[in-house]
Design a protein around this ligand. Structure first.
Ligand SMILES: C[S@@+](CC[C@H](N)C(=O)[O-])C[C@H]1O[C@@H](n2cnc3c(N)ncnc32)[C@H](O)[C@@H]1O
Length: 423
């Protein structure tokens, strides 16, 4: 056996163990992780290391630890948490006035996601005993960090999370999360692909499975999606990452329509779908539960609805403006969109783009807004314009890919997906 064969066998083993699609990591990154483990095991012979892997499950676990990327931060993408609060107050609580809300964060990485969920629920006025959050990841190292709950500045890169001082204490080792929030989350190590680990698990009203499906190969993704579907209650909600909605096409799902939120539901119960479309007037009804301290409450967000679809969903992810000159205008436009004022947001973008047509970020935002009001053709033109300006623009590629899938152009969509994967 040559080194190259040993390398391919190791990659295959990783694929079988955690479902890692080989193209998601460069050979260089894989080799680097393998080399790091070889050094720890005291063997620089790749074939000998491969043989060792075959005899030691503990070493396979260590290799997985070296491969996984546990990058995450508090209130990542922000809007899913806004929608979560709204869902709990307006939909879930009225339906389940006495039951405990069950939430799953998988993969939870180093804990920022499940703790953000906990803070969101506490902010809605839900008492800690009214909810339970299970947080699962394959990486024990990530879970150990999550349980310590001490974070550095880079975990707080989402600037719309303004409550940090209320929930964290500055210590010499970093920002320590307060124990009341900590105690609402139970961490557990498991592999999403291990069906046995979830077979008898209870069902969840809310599942966050963000930024994992995209890294899985097709076979692993099927297993993962089947498990998630099994774990979700009939009226539950599943949040995924912004480029992962199109991967759920194997299931009959309802897409949640809320700006910049990528989530699906299982059915269209009329009790649940009472809120209006983002294209309608904002639903200004009061939250279902009074807040214990109204000074801590967040303003109500625009209403959401669910739309029946088994086809890929329209993305509405906000691009991050890069230049400071454009950022305030684009932020304003995004803010207007978040408040449901789509036409005003579009007008603002239009004015900005007529003066600065070469801003790729603005083109993407403009496209996203056009999509939100159903003008897919115009949206496509904007995404194409953005790609003309910046051929490596990931958001533009993703939006265009989903549009092509939706409009029945699978070959074009596949070409774009491959471009995305190469990025
Ligand atoms: C990029 S983090 C995502 C964290 C968080 N959900 C977010 O979106 O910020 C990906 C995590 O997936 C975990 N992971 C990878 N494969 C897994 C598997 N098969 N089962 C469970 N967790 C897995 C990794 O350990 C890593 O912590």
């Amino acid at each position: 056996m040559t080194d190259s064969m040993a390398f391919h066998q190791i990659v295959q083993l990783l694929q079988q163990t955690i479902g890692l699609a080989p193209h998601c990591l460069s050979d260089r990154a894989l080799l680097q992780a393998i080399r790091q483990r070889q050094i720890s095991c005291g063997t620089l012979d790749l074939m000998a290391y491969w043989h060792y892997l075959q005899t030691s499950t503990a070493e396979v676990t260590q290799l997985v630890e070296a491969i996984v990327v546990s990058e995450t931060w508090f209130f990542r993408d922000y809007q899913p948490f806004v929608y979560l609060a709204q869902f709990v107050q307006q939909d879930w609580l009225p339906q389940h006035p006495y039951r405990r809300l069950r939430v799953l964060s998988l993969p939870c990485a180093t804990g920022e996601e499940p703790y953000s969920i906990a803070i969101t629920l506490l902010e809605t006025g839900l008492a800690p005993q009214r909810f339970q959050i299970d947080a699962i990841d394959v990486s024990q190292a990530a879970l150990d960090k999550a349980k310590r709950a001490i974070y550095e500045q880079h975990s707080f890169r989402e600037k719309r999370f303004v409550e940090r001082d209320r929930y964290f204490q500055v210590t010499s080792s970093g920002y320590q999360l307060n124990s009341a929030v900590q105690s609402t989350v139970q961490f557990r190590q498991a592999n999403l692909l291990d069906a046995h680990a979830f077979f008898t698990a209870s069902h969840y009203d809310v599942i966050f499975c963000r930024n994992l499906l995209i890294y899985l190969d097709e076979a692993a993704r099927k297993i993962a999606i089947a498990t998630l579907s099994h774990l979700l209650t009939e009226d539950g909600i599943l949040f995924v990452g912004h480029s992962e909605l199109s991967l759920l096409t194997s299931l009959e799902l309802l897409r949640v329509r809320h700006p910049f939120t990528f989530a699906v539901r299982k059915d269209t119960s009329p009790k649940i779908t009472a809120s209006k479309s983002i294209l309608g007037k904002p639903n200004l009804s009061k939250p279902a539960l009074p807040k214990p301290d109204s000074s801590q409450s967040k303003p109500l967000q625009p209403p959401a609805t669910v739309q029946h679809t088994s086809s890929p969903v329209k993305p509405a992810n906000p691009p991050t403006p890069l230049s400071s000159a454009s950022s305030s205008v684009l932020e304003q436009a995004q803010e207007l969109a978040n408040q449901g004022q789509l036409q005003a947001a579009i007008a603002l973008c239009q004015t900005y783009l007529s003066a600065t047509p070469t801003d790729a970020e603005a083109q993407v935002l403009f496209g996203t807004l056009q999509q939100a009001i159903g003008q897919d053709r115009e949206a496509e033109r904007s995404f194409q314009q953005a790609l003309y300006l910046d051929p490596y623009h990931e958001e533009a590629l993703m939006h265009l890919m989903l549009l092509k899938e939706q409009s029945g152009e699978p070959l074009h969509a596949e070409a774009l997906r491959q471009r995305l994967q190469r990025l």
